[in-house]
Design a protein around this ligand. Sequence first.
Ligand SMILES: Cc1ncc(COP(=O)(O)O)c(C=O)c1O
Length: 420
Amino acid sequence: MTTVDNDLTTPALAEAERHTAHNYHPLPVVIAEAEGAWVTDVDGRRYLDCLAGYSALNFGHRHPALIDAARQQLDRVTLTSRAFGHDQLGPFCAELAELVGKQLVLPMNTGAEAVESAIKVARKWGYQVKGVPDGQATIIVAGGNFHGRTTTIISFSDDPDARADFGPYTPGFRTVPYGDAAALADAIDEHTVAVLLEPVQGEAGVILPPPGYLGRVRELCTRDNVLFIADEIQSGLARTGRTLACEHYGVVPDMYLLGKALGGGVVPVSAVVADRDVLGVLRPGQHGSTFGGNPLACAVGRAVVAILGTGEYQHRARRLGEHLHRELDALVGHGVTAVRCLGLWAGVDIDPTLGTGREVCARLLERGVLAKDTHGATIRLAPPLVVEHDELSWAVAALHAVLTDMSRHDAPPTSVFLLS
Ligand SMILES: Cc1ncc(COP(=O)(O)O)c(C=O)c1O
């Protein structure tokens, strides 16, 4: 990468390399500051953030209302544990439940915790309400899923990196192909307590459900008394142009799993949101987390819910998403083989003969665009929803330039695109 006078990036990368577990393979950039859709590295270079913390930063870096809510709460109380009540918990849960159209909220911290919580709730519901024999509950999941990294969750992943050498695996899951309602119908039996799906598969490369699929999942779940759990941790909270991706398909699941943007990119906040007949199965002592539903998280979460209540960001995602989609479509045949978009969320398949998605992202970095590859030759674009129309055009032009360079088999660029 480029060396600049008084280079602070190289030593910072080296220190992280020496002392950090190597469970990530980050691009060589060291961010020091951020605002809105832009970040600045330790050497003063600016980059357009087209990943947005995997959609945790839907409202941009350091949204003023979110920072203000956090600051105010920092001056009051930050942690009580759930052993005691606090004055942000009730309002947060009430406001989030109303936003999503359900009755109860189980607040947690990370996305994986929300998924784990939903699995426990579904199993308990299966034994206590559906009458499944003890220890026999099964949950059906989709091929290509990504729901997090805990031992139970990776037990039903089909990604070898996520799974290999982490066994023994948690039993009780059955995988069917994503988008195949007939396979789902065949897989459901009297022991099935839930179907757990991402309405749009994010990590898999922004894979959209085939027409009618989610509606059919809803019908099957209702018919066979099975809970439909929608993991909206990445797809939810305005990213797709609606508060929830399920709205695009006219389906209402039994449980929503939310995370990422629920904490506004400020604190980790996740939640399971469902009606009383489902979440009501949990009794004291059966589930919990020291930090789950803490005052700081709830205060920031309330500010997120208030922002979502205006509809402004859902509207921006729709409008800007149409623009992004149009511009990306123009690259098909020019180094891009396919584009999938919903709202301001795009999966871009790169012609694998040009190189890997990782190479494309490394070259985008050199041009001032932060993006992330997934599954070999796919790039995921998910900028903060505060991004401007012209900034999107600029990022797509950078992608076009990168693909043009790669098609000419140019050497990697040696200069960084500096933005004033
Ligand atoms: C759909 C989905 N579910 C769950 C998770 C896990 O969230 P976390 O990384 O906060 O545990 C992710 C993370 O990318 C996700 O995309």
